[in-house]
Design a binder for this molecule. Structure first.
Ligand SMILES: Nc1ncnc2c1ncn2[C@@H]1O[C@H](COP(=O)(O)OP(=O)(O)O)[C@@H](O)[C@H]1O
Ligand SMILES: [Mg+2]
Length: 388
């Protein structure tokens, strides 16, 4: 009995003598060696380490706050943090929580003055193409749904007011409800589907009636979609644009502080010529290009061979010419179309399929590029990241 009772003070003494006790500063200093590979700064300078606690018995708990819940480097950053913390002498255990706060440097870029932003909306991302039928809406619904699956707060605005098909593709059956805001007056409450708030001209027109709009009317309806819809707090608002470089695109570029535009193209030359025009337009209005999605890049036949129906390598050529990246090469897969027709994006309908994985991966890359663009905008404004 006596032996046992004398053991406890001895082991406590050994712990005290043999291991220096970790403290807040040692752990913080160790964390200064962990870099965010995209932002090229350490996690402490980026203000990503929060709620750090070091207990008397050497246990360390902290929260890592990334710039997006869809961060593709989440697991790497977590293991780097664990390695750094456990390298501190005397640390006996770690409890790391991975969290995210989508940040915004300021009001986007743009030469043209912005009439309105959307209060509560952090990043507005335009999905754009030169030509119709290349898969813009398909990419928009899968991008929005994937970001929501990663835990982000997401809205999807169908700005293709001539051919609004987002409600069908998202499987939304109810119309937006009207709500009387004491300050802003009558507002639309957008319905939610697959975790995404959805607004579309499709809710407001009757049946198959064609829509004929002129410039000022277009501007007006788009501005109402921004100011008269109760979007609430969103990390990302995805805008599915109509094809081309006309009134709608210009209205949007003038009206909204866009973080950037994602370009969708098929590999063939005609789609590429059109898309070059679209990229030049975004360039003129000073909206950065987030990257390029090459859609319907190939088809895999029953024989297992890949067929490049629309040519090959177009997205790469485009990305090189305009100094941007191909973020995804999405194959032509009947299930993708079926998902759209059935109102269940493939990332929900068959999450383990090749296409779903490509599209979920695309969403993470978009979130990553947006965080990088945001940090560059911060730097241009002379702000430190984490300073808002
Ligand atoms: N990767 C794909 N594989 C199979 N079908 C696709 C793919 N991408 C788009 N589609 C289908 O092609 C058609 C046009 O796509 P859509 O997204 O509506 O294009 P856009 O919005 O550019 O006009 C739709 O029927 C859609 O389901
Ligand atoms: Mg479309």
């Amino acid at each position: 009995m006596q032996g046992a009772s004398s053991l406890a003070p001895c082991s406590t003494l050994c712990y005290a003598l043999c291991m220096s006790k970790p403290n807040f500063d040692n752990v913080m200093n160790a964390l200064r060696t962990v870099m965010d590979p995209d932002l090229q700064k350490d996690l402490v300078s980026l203000n990503m380490i929060r709620d750090l606690k070091v207990s008397d018995d050497g246990k360390v708990s902290l929260r890592v706050v990334l710039t997006t819940p869809a961060c593709p480097l989440k697991e790497k950053i977590k293991s780097d943090v664990i390695a750094a913390v456990t390298s501190v002498s005397g640390v006996t255990g770690t409890e790391i929580t991975m969290d995210a706060e989508v940040r915004k440097a300021g009001m986007g870029s743009g030469a043209v003055s912005k009439e309105v932003g959307i209060p509560g909306v952090t990043h507005i991302i335009a999905v754009s193409s030169g030509k119709g039928g290349v898969g813009k809406s398909t990419v928009s619904v899968n991008l929005a749904t994937s970001l929501a699956l990663e835990g982000a707060r997401v809205g999807l605005l169908d700005a293709d007011i001539y051919g609004p098909n987002i409600p069908t593709m998202m499987g939304v059956t109810e119309n937006p409800k009207l709500f009387m805001d004491p300050e802003k007056g009558e507002m639309f409450v957008p319905p939610t589907s697959h975790g995404v708030k959805v607004m579309s001209m499709g809710f407001l027109i009757q049946g198959d009636q064609p829509v004929i709009w002129r410039g000022p009317m277009l501007h007006n309806i788009l501005s109402q979609f921004c100011t008269k819809v109760q979007w609430g707090d969103l990390d990302y608002l995805i805008l599915d644009l109509p094809p081309g470089t006309g009134d709608v695109q210009l209205s949007i570029a003038q009206m909204l502080p866009l973080t950037g535009a994602l370009i969708v193209t098929t590999p063939q030359e005609i789609a590429l010529q059109d898309v070059r025009k679209a990229i030049n337009m975004w360039d003129k209005v000073k909206v950065p290009i987030i990257g390029v999605v090459e859609n319907m890049s190939h088809f895999t036949g029953d024989d297992g061979k890949k067929y490049y129906i629309f040519g090959q390598g177009g997205g790469d050529l485009l990305a090189k010419k305009f100094n941007t990246k191909v973020l995804a090469m999405n194959p032509l897969v009947p299930e993708v179309r079926e998902g759209g027709d059935a109102g269940k994006p493939i990332v929900v309908k068959n999450p383990e399929s090749e296409s779903a994985k490509i599209l979920r991966d695309l969403a993470k890359k978009v979130a990553q590029e947006v965080a990088i663009l945001d940090s560059k905008q911060n730097a241009a404004k002379g702000l430190e990241i984490g300073q808002f």
